[in-house]
Each structure stands twice: as structure tokens, then as C-alpha cells.
Design a protein around this ligand. Structure first.
Ligand code: F0G
Length: 457
């Protein structure tokens, strides 16, 4: 007997109160935050869908492990437990603990990069691209063609375009520093990557003798899609699927703030001793000694336990189904989303929802503001505020899409929270003609979305 209701596979032992507010109060808060949800105080937010990064609720076993942490400077037992879990999962001998994902990126891509070097990815996450470009190297995104169609039910829109990969490998030859496969493809809508695509990419990297790095921060979520949507994996465990992917890579970079179910942490793993030694030197200079890097003993304990828990059948099933629950309900309301729903977030097509707001008045930012004002829901614009550039005449060159991401923190919200978000969208839809565009009145030259100030038009 299969029941339809997806229950959270946990009960709640500690609670964090949410502060309720009214529409009138939120209008005031948003104005004071210059119509940028990043500038709101978290206490002014009811449901926070800004990110799934570092926002997980930890389990009783993670908290218990934290109490056993060994904070010795060198050779701590916590390091041994962390090393044993990470090396077992990734199959890599060399493990470098970092304070979060981008620190691992800075070390590896800073070392491999530099002027004239090239990196190729299904889609570089923004910190990945920033670290590569900061080194002077160039970053190419080659998502598969199917990812352009938001409505088709193609199950692996996170894939890399293999034909373009081979062309780039031929064209740039020895200058290719690494190929980076991001699973799931966060900047590409949280869409999964198939095992077949990983195999094809790994074969090309081998043929052209290029390093293949897995950006694995959502690899457990990706494994769910392989098991349920790709032929031949229905009877494999999620962990076995993830291990098979790791086996094909020369190393991995992980922001543990996602699928390791912790609030802070990350790592870099490598198979090659020479490369690992060079990175270790940089780790000790900028993060910390090799047996803790950027982490305390407690952080390493929590990661070691979280990396096991994330592959639990009941957890992953609840996780992916509850994300698609939100996606399906929004579609039923005729809200345009990137379909099928990915693993950690729902991406709404704001340009389609607000056809009366031109791109240079930022429809995505307008939607983020409406969601906050109407329901206290905070999310992030992924469109021309985040990725737009100016031409020589200061005219906006828009981003490829005007999206809004509703990222779902892990083990934090219940189904009634999500039902509430769906209801807020009902109101967004009903009042959509009233939504107003915005104008930027203050911005920084880089990563402007974090601090930009707007006025309503
Ligand atoms: N790679 C991917 C695919 C990511 O999604 C992130 C972070 C990073 C690397 C960097 O890791 O934050 O630990 O330094 N993504 C967060 C997000 C910030 O909201 O999607 P970090």
C-alpha cells in the first residue's frame, strides 16, 4: 500500500521560533532594505529560501558526534574519522579539509589556473568561475542542448555537451587545466547529470589526458535521479551510484554545506600525489595544518556523520520528492518553472510570469520582492541583476534567463511550510499585473546582487 503523503522521515526535538509579520510591516522592511532581500534581517523573514547552503538542520547523531570532537592541532581523532569517511566515499587517497567549497576552489583552480589556461564545465557555479577568472584563466560553460527547453521532460538537463567538449579539448589542447563536472548542475537549474554523460566525459578526458574534477556538493541528490530515471540503476544503492561517479574523476571539490548536511565545511580530494603535495602547501599557508585545514574537530565530526546520513533511502526520497512537490504545485497554478524540478530548488521563470516588466526593469527582482511582501518568503534572483553586464554606453546586456530560485534547506521545513509558499504564489499570480519593475540606484562592480540598492518604478 503506497500512501501519497510524503512525511518528513524525522520528528522534531528542538525548535527555532519563526517571527510572523504583516504585509504592511514587510513593505516597510523591504523599503528599508532597498528592495534587495539580501539586505533584510533574517528575523524579518518567515520562510527563508535564499539558499540550501549551510542551512541544514543537523541530526541527533551529528550533535552527539560533535560532543566527542578532538580539537588537537595535529593528528586529531576527529580528523581520522573525517578522513576515513571522505576517502571511502570518494576513493581518493589525498583529502584536504577546507572551511567551505570556495576555499578548495581557490587552492586547486588557483594552482592549475593562470593566464592562458582554460577550464570547461557543464556550468561553472559563480564562485567557481570567480576563482578561475581571478587566476587569469578562462571558463567555458557547455551545458547540453536539452537544458534550453524549460518545458520538456528530458530527465538529465544538467548534462555536459559532449560534442562541444571534444571540440574545445582539440582547440585548446595543453592549455586545458581541468574539466569540471558539477552535480547537480546548480547554475543550470539544479538539474541532474546522468551516469552515461559522466562516462562519456570521463572517456574524453582520458583520451585527451585532461584532469576531470567532480564538483560534488549535491552528489547524493544527483544519485537519486540516476537510480530512478536512468536505466540499469534501479537496484543500486545511492552511495554505490555516487562512488561510481567518483571513481571516474581525478579528484573532487565539495561544499559540505550542502549534501554533508552541515552548517560549515568543505574539502578537496585528489588521487595524484604530486598535485596533492602542491595543494597541501597552499592549504597550510591559507587554511590550516593538513589534519584540520579550515575546520574545527567538531566540524569534521559533523561532516563525517552527515556524509553517511545523506545517502539514507528514506531521507533522499523525502528530499527529492518534497522539492518536486513544490514544483508540481506551482505548475498546477500555471506558474512557469524550469521543468522537471531539480534536486535542491525550484527555479521560476520571472520573465514569463511578468511579461509586462521589461528585462532592464528586472522581472526576477520584482518577483523576489512580491514573494517577500506578500508572504515573507525570501529567495534569490538569478537573472540580469546577478549576471547582467553593461555595454560601452552603459546599456544593459541581459542574462540568458530571468529566474528566481526557491532553494529548500535540508530537513528544516515541513510540508505545511511548503503549502504556505504555494498559497503565497497563488496571491502572486492573482496580483501579477500590479507587480512593478525596479531601477538600480547603487551597485558594486563585481557580484552586485549582494549589495545593490533599488527603487520601485
Ligand atoms: N559549487 C557549487 C555547485 C555550489 O553550489 C557552491 C555554493 C559552491 C561550489 C561554493 O561552495 O559556498 O561552500 O563556498 N553554492 C551556494 C548556493 C552558495 O547558494 O548555491 P561554498
Amino acid at each position: 500500500m503506497a500512501f501519497k503523503t510524503i512525511i518528513e522521515p524525522f520528528r522534531i526535538k528542538t525548535v527555532e521560533p519563526l517571527k510572523m509579520s504583516t504585509v504592511a510591516e514587510r513593505r516597510k522592511y523591504l523599503k528599508a532594505a532597498h528592495y534587495n532581500p539580501f539586505l533584510l534581517h533574517s528575523s524579518q523573514v518567515i520562510i527563508d529560501m535564499l539558499t540550501d547552503s549551510g542551512t541544514s538542520a543537523m541530526s541527533q547523531n551529528q550533535w552527539a558526534a560533535i560532543m566527542q570532537a578532538d580539537e588537537s592541532y595535529a593528528g586529531a581523532q576527529s580528523w581520522e574519522r573525517f578522513y576515513s569517511e571522505v576517502s571511502d566515499l570518494t576513493g581518493c587517497e589525498f583529502v584536504l579539509p577546507t572551511h567551505q567549497g570556495r576555499a578548495a576552489e581557490r587552492i586547486l583552480y588557483g594552482y592549475l589556473g593562470g593566464k592562458g589556461k582554460v577550464f570547461i564545465s557543464n556550468t561553472h557555479f559563480d564562485t567557481t568561475r570567480a576563482n578561475i577568472e581571478f587566476s587569469g584563466a578562462e571558463a567555458f560553460d557547455i551545458p547540453c542542448r536539452e537544458s534550453e527547453d524549460f518545458d520538456s521532460d528530458y530527465p538529465f538537463k544538467g548534462n555536459m555537451d559532449v560534442n562541444r567538449l571534444e571540440k574545445l579539448l582539440k582547440q585548446h589542447k595543453k592549455n586545458v587545466a581541468a574539466v569540471i563536472m558539477t552535480v547537480t548542475n546548480n547554475s543550470g537549474g539544479g538539474q541532474p547529470v546522468s551516469m552515461a554523460n559522466m562516462e562519456a566525459v570521463a572517456a574524453l578526458c582520458k583520451k585527451y589526458k585532461v584532469l576531470l574534477i567532480l564538483d560534488c556538493c549535491r552528489i547524493a541528490e544527483n544519485a537519486w535521479f540516476i537510480r530512478h530515471k536512468e536505466k540499469g540503476y534501479a537496484d543500486k544503492s545511492y552511495r554505490a551510484i555516487a562512488k561510481k561517479m567518483f571513481d571516474m574523476a581525478d579528484g573532487s571539490i565539495m561544499s559540505a554545506k550542502k549534501d554533508a548536511l552541515v552548517n560549515m565545511g568543505g574539502f578537496l580530494t585528489l588521487r595524484d600525489k604530486k598535485l596533492a603535495d602542491a595543494c597541501m602547501g597552499l592549504l597550510i599557508i591559507t587554511e590550516g595544518f593538513s589534519t584540520y585545514g579550515g575546520l574545527s574537530g567538531r566540524d569534521m565530526e559533523a561532516v563525517a556523520v552527515g556524509l553517511r546520513e545523506v545517502f539514507d533511502d528514506d531521507y533522499l526520497n523525502y528530499r527529492i520528492k518534497s522539492t518536486s512537490y513544490l514544483g508540481d504545485h506551482l505548475r498546477a497554478l500555471d506558474i512557469p518553472i524550469m521543468y522537471p524540478t531539480g534536486g535542491h530548488a525550484v527555479y521560476v521563470d520571472a520573465a514569463k510570469l511578468y511579461p509586462h516588466i521589461p528585462v532592464h526593469q528586472y522581472p526576477g527582482q520584482a518577483l523576489a520582492c512580491a514573494l517577500y511582501t506578500l508572504g515573507g518568503v525570501r529567495c534569490v534572483e538569478i537573472g540580469s541583476v546577478m549576471f547582467g553586464k553593461y555595454d560601452a554606453k552603459k546599456k544593459l546586456i541581459p542574462a540568458r534567463h530571468e529566474l528566481v530560485r526557491l532553494a529548500i534547506p535540508r530537513r528544516v521545513y515541513t510540508q505545511s511550510h511548503i503549502d504556505y509558499v504555494v498559497e503565497v504564489f497563488q496571491e502572486v499570480r492573482r496580483t501579477r499585473e500590479k507587480a512593478k519593475g525596479l531601477k538600480i540606484v547603487y551597485e558594486q562592480p563585481f557580484l552586485r546582487h549582494f549589495t545593490a540598492k533599488f527603487v520601485e518604478l
